[in-house]
Ligand binder design. Sequence first.
Ligand SMILES: Cc1ncc(COP(=O)(O)O)c(C=O)c1O
Length: 390
Amino acid sequence: MAHLAPNYAPLDVTLTQGGGAWLTDIHGNRYLDCLASYSAVNFGHGHPALIAAAHEQLDSLTLVSRAFDHDLLAPFADALTALTGTEMMLPMNTGAEAVETAIKAARRWAYLSKGVPDGQAEIIVAEGAFHGRTTTIISFSTDPDARDHYGPYTPGFVTVPYDDPDAVAAAITPRTAAILVEPIQGEGGVIIPSVDYLPRLRALTDANNVLLILDEVQSGLGRTGYTLDQQRVGVAADLTTLGKALGGGIMPVSAVVGRADVLGLLTPGTHGSTFGGNPLACRIGIAVVQLLKTGEFQEHARALEAPLGERLDKLRERQLIADYRRVGAWAGIDVAPSLGLSGKEVCVRLRDRGVLAKDTHGSTIRLAPPLVISEAELHEALDALEDALE
Ligand SMILES: Cc1ncc(COP(=O)(O)O)c(C=O)c1O
């Protein structure tokens, strides 16, 4: 690894194959994947429909750049906007690029539509958020690891506590272009806000002519039991960022979906990407939309919520975990401090018991298995967790 920049400290396991919810390492050991690449593999490793779509497309056309149209771009835009109930989409590649795109679109809307003096737009963001790694995005990160030693920082962001609509109300000024939050803070430890948080943000943004931008790069596309997590609380954002699972675990595919009067303010030359909306990405994206249209992944995520909760309740009763938060097939689990184990140490023990999961913030473990995991396999993973904590 001498030639690899040390910006990650992965668990000591070298994987070589995947299928469904399972991964195999170079020694032939099998593991239940309980991270799903941070929810980018929601449909499981090597989903046959996604792999078939990608294979077919590899043989016909993969990249033309946006200098030319291709036959899958409009169909992908039609399919994704229909799935999400939105008016317009803009394709990009990574999640961070989708967030950057939403920030740019919101600022442009503030200047060209709302009438904020040029260069003065503000975007309200939340403490503990994770929206990606670009210099602008880390400028408003409250995580020192993500932010320190990367200045000078991009101005124009106002940070308020998460799950605190009153703080948002107090922060709104005539220069506010948008509020940008995650419906659930994934990297923050699966922090689920009060059910009235997003509805109250929606009311505030409506009353003040401010855009509501929801970053659903991690929470969206089935993970919480809904196509978009915002549907769980009955809210429709003005702009929503999508990524991760949109690429089916095959390649980076991201997008901003939302209002045509906002995204429609972009004109040729004012924003773009060489790879965004390429034929291979669109083909995979269309296949992903087709899987989500059936509702079966969302339904399965909702079905896993109860067993996951029951098992975690037991671990909490036994004081093996201090607390947990869960929605759909997604949980943030705080290891009991009395055990004296870091989240990473628990993940090492899980690996030794055939389960791959990821720690976050010291003593929290995230579980986000592919949505093809069976209830019996989920119990296997939770047996391993119980054993690891014991
Ligand atoms: C909510 C959210 N937004 C944006 C990103 C960034 O996505 P990417 O790593 O594809 O740039 C992430 C990644 O974890 C995320 O969880």
